[in-house]
Design a protein around this ligand. Sequence first.
Ligand SMILES: Cc1cc2nc3c(=O)[nH]c(=O)nc-3n(C[C@H](O)[C@H](O)[C@H](O)COP(=O)(O)OP(=O)(O)OC[C@H]3O[C@@H](n4cnc5c(N)ncnc54)[C@H](O)[C@@H]3O)c2cc1C
Length: 416
Amino acid sequence: MKTLVLGGGVVGVTTAYFLAKAGHEVTLLEEKDGLGLEASGGNAGIIAPGHSFAWASPRAPRMLWESLRGAETAIRLRLTADPELYAWGLRFLRECTSARARRNTLVKLRLCQYSQAVMNEIVRAEGLEYHAISKGALYLHRDPRELEAGIKKMALLAEHGQKQEILDAGAVARLDPVFEPVKDKIAGAIRDLGDSSGDARVFTEGLARIARDKHSLTVRLGTRVTALRASADRIDGVETSHGTLSADAYVLALGVGSARVARTAGVRLPIYPAKGYSSTFPLKAGGLSPTIPGVDEKWLVGWSRLGDRLRLTSTAEFTGYDWGWTPRDFSNIRSLARDLFPDAADYERGEYRACLRPMTPDGPPVLGLGRHRNLFLNSGHGHMGWTMACGTARIVADLISGRMPELDLEGLTVRR
Ligand SMILES: Cc1cc2nc3c(=O)[nH]c(=O)nc-3n(C[C@H](O)[C@H](O)[C@H](O)COP(=O)(O)OP(=O)(O)OC[C@H]3O[C@@H](n4cnc5c(N)ncnc54)[C@H](O)[C@@H]3O)c2cc1C
């Protein structure tokens, strides 16, 4: 079957890999001049089933309200004139009950665990290098009461298969010496032993190379998709900056770009951007730098070591399709870097950017068929797309190939 995969982030490339490997004739379209340069190139790098918690929770509405009053909350809302934000926001608020938050968290966790298993298979089979570190991840707390609350919260994931360790400050410092000089600043951490980290962009490029060399994937960079051409229940082609292209099947994997392109065929996807800030610094020769990825639950900054660089990311802002940033947006990151990792990297030589998470109101991505028989969706991975990409790619490739996905799809928005 001739298939067009729209989008060259980690989700599009992993989907193209599975399709090409299954013998389809696959062409991938990407508007940038490289692969994995959007959200996939700016994320915190953590492959984190241990971070599967749904953002829509009973705490979220208050957080959003306080953010409107200027507080530096974990999730922030900036008022815009965009009606899409309010339609999406109402659906998000409906997911904020404790029953739905629990259900959505467990659906995400199952998908993340499956995805990690699929990713491990790919890495073993293809010998992919992507600066992987497989030592778990640390969820760090500054205050003993917050640590206690964190332990209670994480118990849900432990009950559903995540192996965890509770560490006091001394144990954190023994595990990762970067914390030895600053251990009096922390209460302890929950270590999720199943988590890991790696560079999603390097993974994406490497997998695309393998799919091109071994399975004849064609990649067309610099090709912007502007619209889908639909007739009745089929897609007949995609309009691009290089003319109209057609295939037997289409995969929509444009990250935050998916909702707008889907709308050209009358499909409404509940995907809205949540902006995050991402910075990358060269490690200092001989400096103490983190060896295990993690999240500081006070500053809400995630970190991971990507080869000889340190990636630090933070913040989730609902502010529309806006990639802008100012130095002030990196104040949490600067505070954390000064506080915990002062000697790790050359902070004068940082690369800074904003990138957009494609969020759904409930958390899990939108997968499978829309109302067109040959348009397959693989979008809306939110804050977990690096973790979920390989699993959702396999599910969508299985659906296109007419195979039953291995994962029990209950609770996921998947149409076949
Ligand atoms: C600050 C931050 C930190 C994060 N940390 C983590 C983490 O630690 N762990 C984790 O699992 N996830 C994390 N994520 C989430 C993860 O990065 C995303 O969910 C994931 O990258 C989504 O992948 P994608 O391929 O769907 O989207 P993208 O990577 O954005 O790829 C979409 C691609 O489509 C292209 N495109 C868009 N529109 C068009 C068009 N019209 N025509 C042609 N091409 C187009 C874009 O150029 C892009 O290359 C983080 C995200 C952010 C922003």
